[in-house]
Design a protein around this ligand. Structure first.
Ligand SMILES: Nc1ncnc2c1ncn2[C@@H]1O[C@H](COP(=O)(O)OP(=O)(O)OP(=O)(O)O)[C@@H](O)[C@H]1O
Length: 255
């Protein structure tokens, strides 16, 4: 079976005096329904990878095969049609919503944009989307600014899942949540993955969280993947000084 996502030789240089390669010949693969955790120091290129995959930024070179599509070659209407298959959740969901949005309007956006349901079905769809992320349908009327951070992150997840993506990229998506809320959201993500078979790329600076949710882990440094393997084995037998340092800095790492 071919992988859900196959990235080969991805290069991204941000403009600026240093012309540094944020992605430097990066390659990875992800199988359907699996989670690839990505860890690495600040500035190693994790968010750049997410943004290039999500087609928010162009790549300079490289190839991305996603669900059988030549992903970076998609343009215009073809890209708009397909982009629902790959969704993203960011660290700060407030920045991702219109400041005057209500929970209802935030959740009907994808229904309208992707043509997922006729307007008469939106109220029942929104109730179903909220229930799926274990939120009360009564929340729909509230402004997005008037719910808690954990609730808002669940709304962001519900919105990202609306087009039934095959891949969800989570960029520090639980980092701002306090420990107990984080646990709930992580459980929820694992359950949703089992139910829908969604692939996840889970980017976090927190190795313990990454280990808890990932089937495989990739370690990034200076725009490259320097080490990659099954989560348990990789952490049991780190091969690079960087991963050894990340492990040493994670006292909460479960055995
Ligand atoms: N919009 C941008 N313009 C110019 N340079 C950028 C931009 N975004 C990122 N960079 C640079 O690209 C490199 C990689 O940054 P990136 O944000 O991808 O790293 P990261 O691993 O996600 O870091 P962090 O964990 O701190 O979020 C850094 O040197 C950063 O300064």
């Amino acid at each position: 079976m071919s992988p859900l996502l196959s990235v080969q030789g991805l290069v991204k240089t941000w403009p600026g005096p240093r012309r540094m390669r944020a992605l430097d010949d990066l390659s990875l693969t992800l199988d359907e329904g699996q989670t690839l955790g990505i860890v690495g120091p600040s500035g190693s290129g994790k968010s750049t990878l997410a943004r290039v995959l999500e087609r928010l930024e162009p790549a300079d070179a490289g190839r991305v095969q996603f669900d059988g599509l030549d992903w970076l070659a998609l343009r215009g209407a073809a890209l708009r049609r397909q982009r629902g298959w790959m969704q993203m959740v960011f660290q700060d969901p407030l920045a991702a919503f219109h400041p005057r949005a209500t929970v209802y309007s935030a959740l009907t956006d994808p229904l309208r944009i992707h043509g997922l349901a006729p307007p008469r079905d939106w109220p029942s769809e929104v109730a179903r989307m909220l229930e799926e992320v274990q939120l009360s349908p009564e929340l729909a009327r509230r402004p997005i600014t008037a719910i808690s951070g954990g609730q808002r992150q669940r709304v962001a997840i519900a919105r990202a899942l609306a087009p039934r993506p095959k891949l969800l990229i989570l960029d520090e998506a639980v980092s701002a949540l306090d420990v107990s809320v984080r646990g709930h959201v992580l459980d929820l993500l694992v359950r949703l993955q089992r139910r829908h078979g969604t692939g996840f790329i889970f980017i976090s600076h927190d190795l313990a969280v990454v280990k808890a949710v990932s089937h495989r882990i990739a370690v990034m440094d200076a725009g490259r993947i320097i080490e990659e393997g099954p989560a348990e084995a990789l952490i049991a037998q780190p091969q690079t000084p960087l991963l050894r340092a990340l492990i040493a800095a994670s006292p909460a790492l479960p055995a």
